[in-house]
Ligand binder design. Structure first.
Ligand code: DWN
Length: 417
């Protein structure tokens, strides 16, 4: 473990309180998108502590140890376009922002963490000017080739100033599945203030902690996700910035996500939907999201889930059954490494992402193949690691089911369908 690449967190990144309580330790693991080539299998593999703590003051659950972002994001093998479900979600989002902002061909739409440009492509198709921002050099090349101009950098207030000078201000800033990945949230808020038009909107979307806890989605806790937001914690963030939340919506994407809409406090044109905000705050309080006991109970459930799952999979294996995995997702690697599962239980994993095929999973070193492999080997069971796309995956593998194959899900409880 390269000490210099780890930072220990001793104060909350939102309210700065030092009252942080450790809740779950998922052991030392390699980074979740650290897929290995055949040659790299022989090399020493870095592992980093993966553990979360709960802020007893603002209720932000957050990683206790931070890995240097350059280790995780400068070269990135995940692309959102590997799933039709996520792309159709992007299409709806573009339409929704069009209605909300009435953007036109002069309007600038910015996407933070724009990856291969697949979200901005939907905005471009609706006639907007677009600009992406992403640190992953390999993906910026892909986006540029597909006509989505992208700034190769990490978003902060300096990058925001440069963009305003060169491209002007933004009608809308998008941040889907990226705010949880950023350490200095106040730099993001400052950058947003600088970059937004006076009547502009800043949309943040991220997996919702209440769903994570309620549905035992421990595998979405990984080195790339520094923060696990409650609405309460975001309101504390707003208190110390010139942006405020004017609306909020729940989405069923990724097991349950929140879409949080921000505007400039100086912009009085957009009404704050206080009823919706209070409704969600009351739900959080009622569920116990501000009480550390809720997180300790979660940890106990995950312990049980681990033992039950290993027992079940081992008994299937003992009966001579073959089990393969579907979706070499980041969350798959958290589960495999925390449960200590490897090729002894899972023969291989299939994934539609070209960058992952032919590689091996970090830590567990399970080979990754294209999805067609399933119809070459006809396994007895498919364990769906990409549970957030279970409908899409099961629909396109009806033939497997009709041939007597069965699907396995681990969360919230292990079940076979
Ligand atoms: O926040 C993050 C989310 C948005 O995406 C990132 N930090 C990392 C990444 O997490 P993930 O890898 O868990 O994301 P997904 O989108 O749930 O990954 C699904 C995986 O399943 C992808 O590798 C693609 C694969 N897949 C497939 O092989 N066949 C997906 C579908 C729908 C399929 O039919």
């Amino acid at each position: 473990m390269v000490k210099s690449e780890i930072k220990h967190v001793n104060k909350c990144r939102i309210c700065k309180s030092k009252d942080l309580i450790d809740v779950l330790d998922l052991t030392n693991q390699p980074i979740p998108n650290g897929f290995l080539t055949k040659i790299q299998l022989k090399e020493k593999e870095e592992k980093y502590p993966l553990a979360v703590c709960f802020c007893n003051h603002c209720s932000l659950m957050q990683l206790r140890y931070l890995v240097n972002p350059k280790v995780m994001f400068d070269n990135y093998l995940y692309i959102p376009s590997a799933s039709k479900t996520r792309i159709s979600h992007f299409k709806n989002l573009a339409q929704e922002i069009k209605e909300l902002t009435k953007f036109n061909e002069k309007s600038l739409i910015i996407d933070i963490g724009s990856n291969d440009g697949s979200l901005l492509t939907e905005f471009k198709n609706l006639g907007a000017r677009t600009l992406g921002i992403d640190p992953a050099e390999n993906l910026v090349k892909v986006a540029d080739l597909s006509g989505i101009e992208t700034v190769n950098d990490y978003f902060d207030s300096q990058v925001a100033k440069k963009i305003v000078r060169k491209y002007g201000k933004a009608k809308a800033i998008l941040a889907t599945n990226v705010i949880a990945h950023i350490n200095d949230l106040y730099e993001v808020m400052k950058g947003g203030e600088i970059l937004l038009e006076d009547n502009g909107i800043f949309l943040m979307q991220f997996p919702y902690t209440l769903d994570l806890i309620e549905k035992n989605l421990f595998d979405t806790i990984y080195h790339e996700h520094l923060s696990y937001f409650s609405l309460k914690s975001l309101i504390v963030l707003a208190q110390n910035s010139d942006l405020e939340i004017f609306d909020i919506e729940k989405s069923d994407l990724d097991g349950g996500s929140l879409k949080v809409y921000w505007k400039k406090k100086s912009n009085k044109k957009r009404k704050v939907n206080i009823d919706k905000i209070n409704k969600i705050l009351n739900e959080e309080k009622a569920y116990g999201l501000y009480d550390v006991k809720t997180y300790q109970d979660f940890t106990n459930r995950i312990e049980k889930l681990k033992n039950n799952s290993i027992k079940k999979l081992t008994s299937l294996k003992k009966k001579g059954k073959t089990i393969v995995g579907y979706g070499a997702a980041a969350k798959a690697n958290v589960l495999l490494n925390y449960f200590g599962i490897d090729k002894k239980l899972i023969d291989y994993i299939v994934d539609s992402t070209p960058y992952k095929q032919g590689r091996f999973t970090p830590g567990s070193h399970i080979p990754i193949y294209p999805e067609s492999k399933i119809y070459e080997t006809n396994p007895d069971y498919i364990l769906i690691f990409a549970w957030n796309f279970s409908k899409e995956i099961m629909d396109k593998n009806r033939k497997f089911k009709n041939n007597g194959g069965k699907f396995i899900f681990i969360e919230p409880e292990i079940k076979i369908v």
